[in-house]
Design a protein around this ligand. Structure first.
Ligand SMILES: Cc1cc2nc3c(=O)[nH]c(=O)nc-3n(C[C@H](O)[C@H](O)[C@H](O)COP(=O)(O)O)c2cc1C
Length: 223
């Protein structure tokens, strides 16, 4: 499965089977996590067979069922955008490995979650992980015209495919509070204030890069 296929196939899944994660999948995930930690300075941790954070003993906790594996992402304050950017790489890899995921900012029991923090770090978010009872479903997206602007001329094909990838990106409460602007070969990605919108932005920027393929663009510097 290519990354583009993984983006299409991925939907949030909150109900899992009791099947343990395959050893080969665990080792691939751990390898990718180590790599992301090295590049990003985040402290991403793979937590296996720990059902408490998602309500052990209860049939359901929030919308979750049988969730005993998750990825905890810890980092410094202001690391939200890179948290989204690197976390989504693990999410798409999990999809390629036949697993299902859901980003979870709120609907888990943080006091029962298992993770470690270094000095100055906090838990930014978790990603529920496992074999889904279903593959989840396609949800609506804002139309492409609302999510981007092309400053000069027609929308190039590469930009369109990048924006189609952005439309597949998960966002908190499906808010999609971002806007991508193409000006020459510069792309500016902005988000307005919202619940976890900087994590959303990082996720969307990773999708954009995958969708853009080898296109020759640069990210605009932030103001
Ligand atoms: C930053 C972030 C936080 C989220 N927090 C929660 C959460 O607390 N509980 C939950 O059930 N889903 C959560 N989600 C999942 C979103 O509801 C879901 O991604 C969105 O509705 C789009 O659906 P999709 O992932 O199937 O494309 C979160 C997603 C993101 C990106």
């Amino acid at each position: 499965m290519t990354l583009k296929e993984a983006m299409v196939e991925r939907h949030s899944v909150r109900r899992f089977t009791e099947q343990k994660l395959d050893d080969a999948a665990v080792s691939e995930l751990q390898k990718a996590i180590d790599e992301c930690n090295k590049k990003s300075g985040l402290n991403i941790q793979l937590i296996l067979n720990e059902p408490e954070a998602f309500g052990s003993g209860m049939a359901k906790y929030g919308n979750f069922e049988n969730c005993s594996n998750y990825i905890a992402i810890a980092g410094k304050k202001n690391a939200d955008e890179i948290c989204g950017y690197y976390g989504e790489q693990i999410v798409l890899l999990a999809q390629q490995l036949g697993l299902n995921t859901c980003w979870v900012a709120l609907t888990f029991n943080k006091s029962k979650a298992v993770y470690e923090l270094n000095d100055g770090e906090k838990l930014l978010i978790v990603i529920a992980l496992g074999y889904g009872q279903t593959q989840g479903k396609t949800r609506p997206s804002k139309p492409i015209e609302e999510l981007c602007t092309v400053k000069n001329g027609e929308m190039p094909d590469w930009f369109k495919s990048a924006m189609i990838a952005v439309m597949l990106a998960p966002t908190a409460v499906n808010q999609q509070k971002f806007h991508f602007t193409l000006d020459g070969n510069r792309v500016e990605a902005k988000t307005s204030f919202g619940f976890y919108s900087k994590i959303d932005l990082g996720i969307a920027k990773y999708h954009f890069e995958v969708g853009a393929g080898n296109a020759d663009f640069v990210w605009a510097e932030e103001d």
